[in-house]
Design a protein around this ligand. Sequence first.
Ligand code: NZQ
Ligand code: ZN
Length: 387
Amino acid sequence: MLGNFSYHNPTKLYFGKDALEYLGDELQHYGKTVQLIYGGGSIKKNGIYQEIMEILLACGKEVVEDGGVMPNPTSERVELGAKRARENKVDLLLAVGGGSVCDYAKAVAVSAYCEEDFWEKYYIRFEDPTCKILPVGCVLTMAGTGSEMNGGSVITNRKQKLKIGHVFGSDVMPKFSILNPEFTYTLPERQMVSGIYDIFNHICEQYFSGEDDNVTDYLCEGLMKSVISASYRAKKNPRDYEARSNIMWAATWALNTLLDKGKTTDWEVHMLGQAVGAYTDATHGMTLAAVSLPYYRYILRYGLQKFKRFAIEVWNVKEKGSDEEIAERGLSAMENWMKDLGLTLNISDLGATPDMIEGIADATRIQKGGYHVLTRPEIVEILKASL
Ligand code: NZQ
Ligand code: ZN
């Protein structure tokens, strides 16, 4: 294990088929006015909206509606939500949906009383909040991002063509999150598999760094195997509760501040994917899937021993041949799994065109924690290989 760290995660989770029963208890801790944040309407179709509204009204809450938050939430939308929260003197932000509404709720939480331009302060200068922060609670309907138990908030600035994540501290993390795997049953298959790949890649981003013997790497291998196994079952039968519950729980643990302890971590796939997302507004997990194989094949030579371990431990590749051959067979096995799930494996299918490559490269932040620090020409090369 490397490094010095402290560990604290303040989010209280309620997990399982009965999880929503605990919303009422949690609501007692906050004032009267609740800003109910949700997306484009899936929760109205599957009945979750009505269930939550009944609980809110039974608890005597005044509800400020904030629906229609788009996937990949924008800075303009955050401004609107922050104004709504301030003008209505909201006491709690309750996000019901996937990573987009949870991330948006956190951005509103730190912006409602921010006296500066929130985008510049948090997403360009990466400063910590200095104003009053509103509490956030989540009811999750899509598994993938881990936003339900972390401080991450990814916002897209359409004018600047940038999609940037700020990882806020404990005071911005959800106070509570409600995780009922059954709520994910109505997800379209494309969203489900996109979320599954997002989980898998969060684990990879933390796994592919460092050469020390680290407890995180063993945790990562177990989580990855569980995600692969559950993904096949959920794809075959989306109402397989065991599979859906494993996917939801793995998503939370893949990015809830545990795995990165003692690790430098990579996150370059996310930087490439977010830049593609800024140009195409494509589904997050798909942007990661589309750039992953060219990126990993490129950096394999720099982290050879870890890629070999990945092949053997996660993909059951036999230890025959050179280290390079074993490592490459691991990535081939990963590619086959990605194809089986039906993930998008190139950025052209997500709407990226060759004339966008330079701009996407400009929007890609370079991370320093992985096996190789990319140069700009290398980023361009990887993006071209992803077309
Ligand atoms: O908007 P509605 O109508 O609700 O439909 C949503 C949306 O279109 C739909 N959906 C969600 N639950 C559903 C459902 N449809 C039917 N039944 C359900 N139960 O799914 C679509 C996608 O939802 P979204 O919230 O956008 O997906 P996801 O959870 O993947 O979140 C993506 C956002 O999170 C960011 C991404 O960049 C992206 O902006 N991320 C956040 C992270 C974090 N906070 O730590 C880390 C991640 O790496 C990621 O960057
Ligand atoms: Zn992600």
